[in-house]
Design a binder for this molecule. Structure first.
Ligand code: JHZ
Ligand code: ZN
Length: 410
């Protein structure tokens, strides 16, 4: 089934053990425009493996990063109130804990539309964003956030350090999964960081992905799926330490924030999380061995529910033209025969079509205009926020379907 097994992206080890294949899927953020509808969207194998050497979970396929994040990237961070609040709290916490002010220098990697860095402005902190996605970088500059429009690595880190000096804080949220040359990226962070500085890295936790069956968060943009164990091994290779860990169970299905520094100062929370992972078996292959069967069961269960509703004459739409929504629909093989349309707040996505399955994407108002009987929540990670917004649709009898961890009608 797996014809090519590359070396591990972190430790370089040769023994990657595949444990899940989602078949061939189109690129999750490569939304299709109306004039491309008769083309067959290019699809790439989506196979996931575990590294026995360093415990890093990763996909085997490497689609070129330009194709993922420059040519086909319509993800803008500013469309979720939950995420905006989370970013503001992160900034306020850093400013207070580290006494940041006009003398400080903060760099954010994958700064997107400036949704996070702009919160430093009232504190007078010097900031620099790094993001290769052109439309997002332009939006960030518009919001007053200076942004370098490049991929990050050792070479860019040296240039930034030469021009601006070392960084007191480096923030890397939901980007370490997106990096093909992982050691160049982490080596760049080490290069740029001041000796007493801190790096905070956020990413969904692979333990929650497996425990809650969040298979739809697997797509080609996400090369790696992290645990504390694999992050610890990765940063030690670059002379740094995993000093502290915070857990946000409600963000993107379960997110960890790792605090990394050049001086060893390991907190009780970091030790506890590493021990918890050891006890749960996250660092061993057996933990992942039955995941493929569980994903297959989840697929059948959701398909059975959708088919039954459809057979009963119900109309069904979906909420969230998310990357994870693309994995979900393509792996299930659900298109316009089941779903009338998908709604999304992101104006860049409206008017386009979901990759592979070509379900049209409409503004959120379409839910009240059409009042479908059911709405499949593809962006289930924002379910509470979406339910709160959609009170009127629900008052009129509309129902939501949460697909993960197990299908549930709400
Ligand atoms: P959302 C993204 O994945 C992209 P995606 C990225 N690859 C990543 O790593 C993860 O996040 C962490 C819309 N929406 O954020 C906005 C509404 O319409 O779950 C988005 O298009 N109304 C960097 O794409 C989509 O839903 C709302 O009220 O899987 C959500 O996509 C809200 C809250 C969102 O991520
Ligand atoms: Zn490895």
């Amino acid at each position: 089934m797996y014809d090519r097994v590359p070396p591990c992206r972190s430790c370089g080890g040769a023994g990657l053990k595949p444990f899940l294949s989602l078949g061939k899927t189109p690129l999750a953020d490569a939304l299709v425009s109306a004039d491309q509808l008769d083309q067959v969207d290019p699809a790439f194998p989506l196979d996931v493996a575990f590294c026995p050497g360093c415990a890093l979970v990763q996909i085997l396929e490497e689609v070129p990063a330009e194709r993922l994040f420059v040519d086909n990237y319509l993800y803008f961070s500013s469309f979720s109130d939950h995420l905006l609040r989370h970013a503001r709290e992160h900034v306020d916490g850093l400013v207070a804990a580290r006494g940041l002010g006009p003398e400080s220098f903060v760099v954010e990697l994958a700064s997107n539309d400036g949704y996070l860095l702009r919160n430093f402005a009232p504190h007078g902190v010097r900031v620099l964003g790094v993001d290769p996605a052109p439309d997002q970088a332009a939006a960030a500059r518009e919001a007053g956030v200076p942004t370098v429009e490049e991929f990050f690595g050792v070479e860019l880190a040296k240039r930034i350090r030469a021009e601006h000096g070392p960084a007191d804080v480096i923030i890397a949220n939901n980007v370490m999964a997106h990096v093909p040359a992982l050691n160049d990226f982490v080596g760049g962070m080490a290069e740029l960081l001041a000796d007493d500085g801190v790096i905070t890295v956020e990413n969904p936790w692979v333990k929650d992905l497996v425990d809650h069956g969040e298979f739809d968060t697997i797509y080609h943009e996400h090369f790696c799926y992290y645990s504390c164990t694999s992050v610890d091994a990765l940063v030690r290779r670059h002379g740094m330490y995993l000093n502290h860990v915070e857990y946000f169970p409600d963000l993107h299905g379960g997110t960890l924030r790792w605090h990394i520094g050049k001086r060893e100062d390991i907190s009780a929370d970091a030790r506890r999380m590493l021990a918890e992972e050891r006890a749960a078996g996250v660092a061993g292959f057996a933990y992942y061995a039955d995941f493929a069967d569980r994903v297959e069961d989840a697929r059948s269960e959701l398909l059975t529910l959708l088919d039954r509703l459809k057979a009963d004459g119900a109309s069904i739409a979906a909420y969230g033209a998310a990357a994870k929504g693309s994995t979900m629909l393509n792996y299930l093989g659900v298109g316009t025969e089941i779903l009338d349309f998908v709604v999304d707040r992101n104006t860049w996505k409206q008017g386009k079509f979901m990759p592979g399955v070509h379900v049209p994407i409409r503004p959120v108002e379409a839910l009240l205009e059409e009042q479908p009987d059911y709405v499949l929540v593809l962006a289930w990670n924002f379910l509470d926020e979406i339910l709160a917004q959609q009170d009127e649709y629900r008052q009129r009898g509309g129902r939501f379907i949460r697909p993960v961890p197990t299908p549930e009608v709400i």
